[in-house]
Design a protein around this ligand. Structure first.
Ligand code: SF4
Length: 239
């Protein structure tokens, strides 16, 4: 895993220390995608998956394209799978990459991407990210745009909030319906992430964040109960 040392959000549960998210030249290094691929190839037991993470990798959307090209140039794109994360906060991929670049990512069998939904509604999104609540809808708009080019897009969702909403099932059904409307298989490709504590998160956690760790258990239970109502979910016992 390589990390872009910058992010435009500050999620309370982020396991990256915040001082590693501000593009600090004292805590990061300018490197080319080719250099990173060289470092990866030099590993004696290199993993089969190379993950471009962060921070927010899509602040530099060319990173995934240049890395994939480097893997192709070195002839290892048949043995390495390239994976990139996206916090679904910007449209730089569409704004700054050429159509050919996007096509390369969209159609190469060795590349996949995942977007991270930072909550289940506006309030939980704002609680989790400290960003403006309206950006929750923007996350879904970006999912819609991405799925047009990346039909096999995966999603994570963090179901954390300070308390269980009174209309919890209706809220989750609204989100699952929106995802199913975008793409019938999307609810089944959305994975609730378990938020847990890490050394960097402990000092920044307040009582409402500790409460959110318990809330997520209930919300994931409800999510999993509702999920079979949505299309393209394998039934129990099926392959
Ligand atoms: S979007 Fe991701 S990298 Fe950025 S603060 Fe949130 S969890 Fe951390």
């Amino acid at each position: 895993m390589f990390q872009n040392a910058a992010c435009n959000w500050r999620c309370w549960y982020c396991f990256v220390p915040f001082n590693l998210l501000r593009a600090d030249p004292g805590r990061s290094e300018w490197v080319s995608a080719e250099d990173l691929v060289e470092k990866y190839l030099a590993l004696p037991k290199r993993p089969a998956i190379l993950d471009l993470s962060g921070g927010q990798p899509d602040l530099v959307p060319e990173w995934a394209v240049w890395t994939l090209r480097a893997l192709i140039d070195r002839g290892v794109d048949t043995t390495t799978f390239l994976w990139s994360d996206d916090n679904l906060s910007n449209d730089y991929l569409f704004r700054y990459l050429s159509n050919d670049d996007i096509e390369l990512l969209a159609h190469h069998p060795a590349y996949g991407r995942v977007g991270c939904l930072k909550g289940f509604d506006r309030d939980s999104f704002a609680f989790n990210t400290a960003a403006a609540p309206v950006l929750f809808e923007r996350q879904l708009e970006l999912v819609n745009r991405l799925v047009e080019r990346f039909p096999n897009l995966y999603l994570y969702v963090t179901l954390t909030a300070p308390e269980i909403p009174r209309d919890a099932d209706a809220t989750l059904i609204r989100l699952l319906s929106t995802l199913a409307d975008i793409n019938a298989g999307l609810p089944a490709r959305t994975v609730p992430l378990q938020v847990t504590t890490f050394t960097p998160t402990l000092p920044r956690m307040r009582p409402e964040h500790r409460a959110a760790l318990k809330v997520q258990t209930e919300m994931v239970y409800r999510w999993n109960s509702l999920l079979p109502q949505f299309a393209d979910v394998p039934t129990q016992g099926s392959a």
